[in-house]
Write a protein that binds this ligand. Sequence first.
Ligand code: SF4
Length: 413
Amino acid sequence: MELIGSRYERRKTRQIVVGEGERAVLVGGDAPISVQSMTITKTADVEGTLQQIYALAAAGADIVRCTCNEEAAAEGLAAIVPRSPVPIVADIHHQYKMALAALDAGVQCLRLNPGNIRRPEHIKAVAEACKDRGVPIRIGVNAGSLDPDLYAKHGGATPEAMVESAQRELAFFDEVGFEDVKISVKASNVPLMVEAYRMLSEVTDHPLHLGVTEAGPLPGGLVKATAGISTLLMEGIGDTIRYSLTADPVEEAKAGRMLLEALGLRERKGIDLIACPSCGRAEVDVIKVANDALAAFGDREIPLQIAVMGCVVNGPGEARDADLGIAAGRQKGHLFIKGQNVAVVPEGEMVETLVRYAERIMEVGADVVLAEADLDKAKREADKDRAALLADQGADANNVAVKIDTIRRRVDG
Ligand code: SF4
């Protein structure tokens, strides 16, 4: 087993290729963990679907899935695939002929649900067609649509039942010599999903696609999906991920990308904004400044950690490891780089100053920006404001003595 990120060990899986040429995405082995999402447009609506695919790709999706539920959808895929910036997976339920039609359309991967395509001859016909064309398949087991036989045999959608469903499908594929497979065993119940993937990873080396299915709207869906996916990733399980949220799918792609960046499993593209939670010492509306900063940086490719801190008393110290940060104090913003004060600006200019300095760091590097700054002056001003705030507030930002006195007067009086 080899190290991934800086902390976790990733289980060895075989590698498959989704797509071809420059758009190919490797899944499994030592390939970066990829992010997937799914369009919610009608696939027959070629322009609308492509627009969504481009938005998903811009938000961080490496692979996008589209439903192929009718002939018009398959025809739509034929027009979508050549214009898509990322490989397209066709999502197939119930009708194996739609899988064959999606292959005719040129899709780069299929997702089959073994719970609702059950006739061996149909499964094998699709696997053979995929083998001929070099197109991989995801075996997408879902707890909610498990094969009724397995449900009855195991007394419910247990991890064992879900793993057996995937293994049954694999056995049909084996019969026709098809191995180009990734597998998912999703459930909306997080502990069930985690256990099913753990069990599956013990019995197969096919790459695993992680997800908590039907996780629901924000913020609960985000929490559930993150809980399930990150638990497994931290155990080294998982080669590709999808957040299934009841939200704009762009949120799914963003969340997937952010999770992998947060775990150190993918290189950062945009800023990592950290901000203090605010408290009685805050000299500014931290929530507003942090949100304004997020909006101002938008999708810019500035892979820096940037801190927004509510007070100059504790902010620069607490965020000293950030590449760049700003702390409020006495209607001013104290800008710091790696914990060193570099400039003081009016409070209203905090956000634009952050953006300006971030761009300068990207251009010339933090050392040059530090060399350009009047560090002594910035430090003197920060020390002065820090001292004044400490003198005003003391070490007690909650004015405990005054509050106790008020309480006593109310109760005793
Ligand atoms: Fe409170 Fe200042 Fe810490 Fe923010 S940085 S939580 S305002 S003490």
